[in-house]
Design a protein around this ligand. Structure first.
Ligand SMILES: [Zn+2]
Length: 242
């Protein structure tokens, strides 16, 4: 991969590979980083540890000031200083899961865009919708792949929802909401409504569990986007079109 070529853009498959390689490096060195090799694979998905492994210092600070994004003034969520090899994450206005996603986004820049601007500031990554800049979309996608590895999400999704492709029908609607399909469809009207419900739910078919977003320590929105990317939640509008 020639990351120095002008106009070079990493392919999504390659971004996923780079995230997987970073996870593998963390996993192989888990005894060094966590003092034991008996850790849960999900606990090894730590962007701060991966940043340090890539030669960056990571600092949490109360605030990083404001920036303009899409014509609005927003709080800076994180920044990467490539010259000094420092990543800073703002804590006072952001939840733990937002801070963790921002750290994974900066890890994406460190790995995918080593020759970007010396100082780069970021708005909160997964709460403000579509990002115009391709480097921002790439760093967001890297963060999603790193924090929610496809294989692990598939594994837990199958365990909770007993399928690899969730389609709303009479049986699944009742298992999910203990209500008939017609009444569930009043509430779950779009693909995003369904994926958000699956990201947040803590029981299915009488079985209780930690929600997928809590298990992977990401926001429900970030998990919902990942479920859609992985094709796990099927759009209810497509299956119930007249
Ligand atoms: Zn960024």
């Amino acid at each position: 991969m020639n990351v120095n070529a002008p106009g070079y853009r990493p392919h999504p498959g390659l971004i996923e590979d780079r995230a997987r390689f970073t996870q593998l490096e963390l996993w192989n060195c888990r005894a060094k980083h966590w003092g034991t090799d008996q850790i849960d694979p999900l606990d090894a998905l730590e962007p701060g540890v991966a940043l340090r492994m890539n030669g960056f210092q990571i600092e949490t600070v109360s605030t990083l000031g404001e920036m303009t994004s899409n014509g609005k003034l927003v709080q800076v969520a994180g920044l990467i200083h490539r010259g000094d090899r420092i990543v800073q994450i703002a804590s006072s206005r952001f939840s733990q899961v937002e801070q963790r996603f921002t750290a994974a986004h900066e890890l994406g820049h460190a790995i995918l865009h080593p020759n970007g601007a010396l100082l780069h500031r970021d708005r909160p990554a997964d709460t403000t919708g579509w990002q115009k800049d391709p480097t921002e979309r790439e760093a967001d996608f890297f963060a999603a792949c790193f924090l929610m590895p496809g294989r692990q999400v598939h594994r837990w999704f199958r365990k909770f929802f007993l399928t690899d492709r969730f389609v709303l029908n009479d049986d699944t609607a009742f298992a999910l909401c203990t209500k008939p399909l017609d009444s569930v469809l009043q509430r779950i009207r779009s693909h995003r409504d369904l994926s958000l419900t699956l990201a947040r739910t803590i029981s299915y078919n009488g079985q209780q569990f930690k929600s997928l977003s809590e298990l992977f320590r990401v926001s429900p929105t970030a998990m919902a986007c990942r479920l859609e990317e992985l094709g796990l939640a099927f759009d209810p509008r497509a299956s119930h079109r007249a």
